[in-house]
Design a protein around this ligand. Structure first.
Ligand code: NAD
Length: 467
């Protein structure tokens, strides 16, 4: 696939801006039509998307359906069901002092959105923000990740054909193409990826005062205590961690637990991994591959950071790393500094709850934190004392499948949120509309000069209560 020529980029943006200016994208009917066509594309060409995801990430067809295609279909269905409610202007109360008047919050599209996607869920993370952008009535450019080339090629080939080309474009390429895009003025930039590039995006957006959503990563901790059935917790932790070979932004990054819990957890994770992927994950089609040689080299470098309790085998030619659990990991090891983003799960010993809370609050705010405890007081402390994009009690990652929950990070893990209605709001401006009849003129006697004694008294008294 040829990358989009950098020279074409300004023209693509101005074409979309022109289309937006004509009002093309605003009607509910146009938005619905685009969402239906996107749904049709995902259903009719599902097998091709599955094949691309297999080529890029060794992703099984079932996992592709569960985490990418099916996720998108559910997102589209939800948007189609809810769109008229989301678009409806919301009447809000007016203070007594302003009456008679009516006030409404009217959502309007922002204009032209830029969506920059990463490689780990290369279809879902490119098109899920697009669902929000289209539902909100915007024109949009999607820039898929060059590190998932088969999926990027398919998106570039199929999406503009399926949707309205006047308002939706796909730009392919890597740093030069994204840099050229970022030089243009957009009305919203939605970036998913790492914090280093997130900063580049934020700087570029600042030039045009463009609002941004940054969906970033980080080290999402797991805390587990002895109040839960360890085998059940281990199965869920292993599922969340080793899905997509650990290359999931909301995957559990590491586990904190007491020495006694860790003694049980190691064997329980071994059993869970065996249950999910058998004894030979390299031959198991349900288990994925590392996206690139560079990522493979980075990940295998972590294997020396602890004692290999489970897995550890790897094959560079196949970019396969077995689901791996590391024990006895020092807190300052490299595997505990960087976001792992691969199938390696370090277990870190803590002395107790306070130690675990201190460990997490002493580091960057993560995208998610997962607590396995039946003790309500323990759960309440995690909820009250730590900050993270999301908090999962007893379950990793699945908060992203509840469309009413805003999905996003905080601090180093990002800013802004999406999914469901939050996607619609992210790509909308909420316009404040106040409407007051010219007659009767209530303002002359209250807030307009000349400021008589009576008005001065009003300003110091009743008006303060009624404004
Ligand atoms: P990536 O390397 O594919 O980069 C993401 C996008 O940034 C790509 O489209 C790429 O072309 C572009 N890009 C790269 N360098 C650039 C530059 N110098 N200037 C402009 N654009 C540039 O993906 P990645 O960043 O390796 O993705 C992994 C990260 O994303 C992890 O940190 C992960 O946690 C995070 N992530 C977050 C979420 C979320 O929803 N919060 C989801 C998935 C991944």
């Amino acid at each position: 696939m040829r990358d989009t020529s950098v020279e074409r980029i300004p023209g693509i943006v101005s074409g979309l801006r022109h289309s937006f200016g004509t009002g093309l994208t605003r009607p509910a009917a146009w938005r619905r039509e685009q969402l239906r066509r996107l749904r049709g594309l995902l259903v009719e060409r599902g097998a091709e998307f599955e094949a691309a995801l297999l080529a890029d990430l060794g992703k099984s067809a079932t996992e592709a359906q569960l985490t990418e295609i099916g996720f998108l279909l559910a997102e589209i269905e939800h948007a189609l069901d809810e769109l008229s409610g989301w678009m409806r202007p919301r009447r809000v109360p007016v203070p007594l002092a302003l009456q008679p008047a009516t006030a409404r919050v009217v959502p309007e599209p922002l204009g032209v959105a830029l969506i920059i996607a990463p490689w780990n869920y290369p279809l879902m993370l490119a098109l899920s923000p697009l669902v929000g952008a289209l539902a909100a009535g915007n024109a949009a450019i999607v820039k898929p990740s060059e590190l998932a080339p088969a999926t990027a090629e398919l998106i570039a080939r199929l999406v503009p054909d399926a949707l309205d080309r006047r308002a939706v474009a796909v730009v392919t390429g890597g740093v030069p193409e994204t840099t050229a895009l970022l030089a243009e003025r957009f009305d919203h930039i939605f970036y998913t990826g790492n914090g280093r590039v997130g900063r580049i995006v934020a700087r570029a957006a600042a030039e045009h005062l463009t609002p941004i959503t940054l969906e970033l990563g980080g080290k999402s901790p797991v805390y587990i205590d002895d109040s839960v059935p360890i085998a059940d917790a281990a199965r869920r932790i292993a599922w969340g961690k080793f899905m997509n070979a650990g290359q999931t932004c909301v995957a559990p990054d590491y586990v904190l637990a007491s020495a006694a819990v860790l003694r049980e957890l190691g064997p329980a994770l071994r059993a869970a991994i065996h249950e999910l992927y058998g004894s030979a994950s390299q031959r198991n089609p349900d288990y994925g591959r590392i996206v690139s040689d560079a990522q493979f080299a980075r990940l295998t470098g972590y294997l020396a950071d602890g004692e290999v309790l489970v897995g550890g085998e790897h094959d560079a030619a196949d970019r396969w790393i077995a689901p791996t659990v590391l024990g006895g990991v020092p807190r300052d090891a490299a595997v505990m500094r960087d976001e792992i983003f691969g199938p390696i799960l370090p277990l870190v010993e803590v002395t107790g709850l306070d130690d675990a809370l201190g460990f997490v609050t002493g580091r960057d705010k993560p995208l998610a934190a997962y607590i396995f405890s039946e003790d309500r007081a323990v759960r309440a402390r995690w909820e009250a004392e730590t900050s993270s994009g999301a908090l999962g009690f007893g379950i990793p990652a699945l908060h992203l499948a509840a469309p009413e929950l805003p999905f996003g990070g905080v601090g180093e893990s990002g800013m802004g949120a999406y999914h469901g209605e939050r996607s619609f709001r992210t790509f909308s401006h909420e316009k404040a509309v106040l409407s007051k009849p010219l007659r009767p003129e209530t303002l002359a006697a209250t807030i307009m000069p000349p400021f008589t004694r009576a008005k001065a008294a009003l300003a110091r008294g009743p008006l303060q209560r009624f404004l």
